[in-house]
Design a protein. Structure first.
Length: 314
């Protein structure tokens, strides 16, 4: 790539004297590599303007004048916190209640009835929301479950909700949502399961009912590090989280999830994600829904990128 003074070719980012923060292609590749090692997220060079836009604020806060200094700083132990801020700035937490509503219909109609019956006979039911963001996904699962099994708290049922981002998990644990966030929630659930907490920034906010919260355990876990939870799970939601991972990493995640699913368990993935047909551990069971095959013997995959540090448990 040719670089001329003033602007980086094909990136549109001002460079040299024109830029608030000089940002070279080498800086970009170095930061992208750090992000990939830490989170599994792969960034194409076409994302360079997005990286500049999102990290310029971080450089201002850190009081650094260019990206070369920033990348050196986050590689040091003093820069560890800033490194997490970088990952947060470059990740999307977009989510909503009952996102991809067909998944919740599928769960209600096809998956939960036998699991609830088994739980009432003493069986254990474990559901995992992997990449749960601010909690709308696991709470939507809990709302669905409670509407079918008001006795869920008395049964051996738990929803494990994990994310790499500790700040977003705190928001999830707080369980407070604005009127607009609650727009997809039907009136029956809104009235029965949300308590008013007053106005924040001119908008009314609501706290999710403690009974719903009681079904969900939020934990920090990095999908590309060691997974301390043992399973088995009867349901996993892993939607719109591995979408930015590269193909090889995504395949490793699906194969590893298969080892934690009980036979006949269901895996829900994002609308633009697919499990490759050659993965014999899963068969399609609906739109972006897969059923774990009883006879498959998925072996625990080798993840060279796997590192310790997560603290989730099922
Ligand atoms: C777009 S949100 C998806 C939320 C929800 N699953 C949904 O579909 O609405 C993606 C979430 O994945 C989390 N994430 C990204 N990389 C991760 C990783 N390596 N391990 C665990 N969570 C990760 C992000 O912090 C973010 O909250």
């Amino acid at each position: 790539m040719i670089e001329r003074p003033g602007v980086l070719e094909k990136t549109g980012i001002p460079d040299g004297e024109d830029a608030e923060f000089p940002f070279s292609i080498a800086d970009f590749h170095d930061l992208a590599q750090i992000l990939r090692n830490d989170t599994g997220i792969s960034l194409e060079q076409s994302k360079m303007p997005m990286v500049y836009a999102r990290l310029a604020k971080r450089l201002r806060i850190a009081g650094l004048r260019d990206f070369r200094k920033y990348r050196k700083f986050i590689a040091t132990s003093e820069g560890a916190d800033e490194r997490r801020h970088m990952a947060r700035a470059l990740t999307t937490n977009t989510t909503s209640f009952f996102r991809e509503a067909h998944h919740f219909r599928h769960l209600r109609q096809n998956v939960l009835p036998p699991l609830i019956a088994a739980a009432r006979d003493g069986a254990r039911m474990r559901i995992w929301s992997a990449g749960c963001s601010s909690g709308e996904e696991p709470y939507s699962i809990a709302l669905t479950l409670l509407s079918m099994a008001p006795d869920a708290a008395q049964l051996d049922i738990k929803i494990l909700a994990t994310d790499i981002d500790t700040d977003i998990l705190q928001k999830a644990r707080n369980g407070i949502y604005s009127n607009s966030a609650l727009a997809p929630v039907n009136e029956e659930f809104r009235q029965a399961r949300f308590l008013p907490v007053g106005f924040v920034d001119g908008e009314e906010h609501w706290r999710i009912d403690p009974q719903v919260q009681g079904l969900v355990a939020f934990k920090t876990a990095n999908l590309i590090a060691a997974w301390p939870m043992k399973g088995p799970f009867q349901v996993i939601f892993c939607r719109n989280t591995v979408i930015y991972f590269d193909d090889q990493m995504r395949r490793l995640i699906w194969t590893k999830m298969a080892t934690l699913l009980s036979p006949g368990a269901h895996l829900y993935i994002g609308h633009s994600e697919r499990i490759p047909a050659e993965n014999e551990a899963f068969s399609p069971a609906g739109v972006t829904v897969y059923c774990h095959q009883a006879e498959s013997s998925a072996a625990e995959p080798e993840m060279s990128e796997v590192r310790g540090g997560a603290d989730a448990g099922s």
